[in-house]
Design a protein around this ligand. Structure first.
Ligand code: ZN
Length: 150
C-alpha cells in the first residue's frame, strides 16, 4: 500500500466515523490532500444543517461522489425527499465550498490560483510554489524524454 492511498483511506475512515449519514457509500477521493480540510469543514457544515432538520426526515442525502474537475471541487449528493427550502440550504453550503476550492492549493492547502500549467490546457488550483515545482518536474521529464529519444 503506498502512502497516498493510505492517507486517503485514513481521511475517508475519519469522515465516515464523524459524519456517518453523509458517507454511507464506498467513494474515492479523486484529488490531493490540500483539500482535505475543505471537505472536513464542508461535511461539518452539512451536519449542522442535518442536526437542525432533526427527525424531519428518515433519509438524508449522502455523498455519491467527490472529485476534481477543471481544478475545482465537485461534490455530488444523492437525491432524497427533502423540501425545496432545505435543498436550497444544502446547495448553498456545497456551492460555497466548491467556489472556495478554486482558491485553495490542491496539494498543500495554501492560498492558490486556478490556472493552467506551462504548455498545458488542464486547469489546476495550486499555490505559486506547488505550481513552480510541478512546472519544473514537467520540464525535467520532457528533457529526459527528449534526450532518451536521440
Ligand atoms: Zn501548494
Amino acid at each position: 500500500m503506498n502512502d497516498i492511498f493510505e492517507k486517503q483511506e485514513k481521511f475517508l475512515n475519519n469522515l465516515k466515523e464523524k459524519y456517518p449519514l453523509l458517507y454511507t457509500q464506498r467513494i474515492w477521493v479523486e484529488y490531493s490532500s490540500g483539500w482535505y480540510k475543505l471537505i472536513e469543514d464542508l461535511s461539518s457544515e452539512i451536519y449542522e444543517l442535518y442536526n437542525k432538520w432533526g427527525s424531519k426526515y428518515t433519509e438524508f442525502p449522502y455523498v455519491a461522489q467527490m472529485k476534481e474537475k477543471f481544478g475545482g471541487l465537485r461534490y455530488y449528493m444523492s437525491f432524497a425527499e427533502i423540501s425545496e427550502e432545505d435543498y436550497n440550504d444544502l446547495r448553498k453550503i456545497i456551492d460555497k465550498y466548491e467556489a472556495l476550492s478554486y482558491k485553495v492549493c490542491e496539494v498543500c492547502s495554501a492560498p492558490g490560483k486556478n490556472d493552467t500549467l506551462e504548455d498545458d490546457y488542464w486547469y489546476t488550483t495550486l499555490c505559486e510554489s506547488c505550481r513552480e515545482k510541478e512546472n519544473i518536474s514537467r520540464r525535467e521529464k520532457d528533457a529526459a524524454y527528449a534526450s532518451n529519444k536521440i
